[in-house]
Design a protein around this ligand. Sequence first.
Ligand code: G4P
Length: 191
Amino acid sequence: MKLLEDKIRSCGRALNDDVLLVDMFLNHQVDCELMKAIGDEFYRIFKDEGITKIATVEASGIAPSAMAALAFKVPMVILKKQASVLMDGKMLQTEVYSFTKKKSYQLTLKKEFITENDRVLLIDDFMANGEAAMGAAKLIEMTGATIAGIGIVISKNFQPGMEKIKAAGYNVASLAQVAEMGEGYIKFVGE
Ligand code: G4P
């Protein structure tokens, strides 16, 4: 997605060959017009998949997911990183390990919000090692629902996540695929 790649170039910054800073527009300050365009792009890609719910992992997946949910006219479900005492009802959980943050968390879903008849589009802001996406997909599938697609805003294709998700058979689309980066430069797939 050209608009997104241009934004990454103009407002993002590769801190090193591993970490891309995008807090100007995606995960701290948020460019809502860009999020709207991203939501519309996910709609264009997945509109024929019979999507009934958008799911995402808190926190930075919420903005693009909300815009996609508006485009699809379906609810958005936020997978929580921990159970709250306020969450009554039956909960499903799976453990996810973050290589970036070097800690595990219990990804949590209240069962009533996704059911076996749902066809879910899972959206996340970053694909790095693929642990969050794999964990989220597994959690959603515990309900009997189908993962009809996985939409990623930025994938770092030099890390294992994208390959892992494709090898698992998921229909995945990433709007900005970083082939490689280093201090001061970013190269997208196809460049
Ligand atoms: P994985 O899910 O693909 O395995 O990735 P990993 O555990 O390694 O990283 C998870 C967290 O780190 C996610 O944030 C993800 O957005 C973030 N992350 C990974 N690579 C980058 C990067 O290059 N730049 C930035 N800015 N973030 C990155 P999170 O813990 O879910 O945080 P949040 O959604 O609450 O903001």
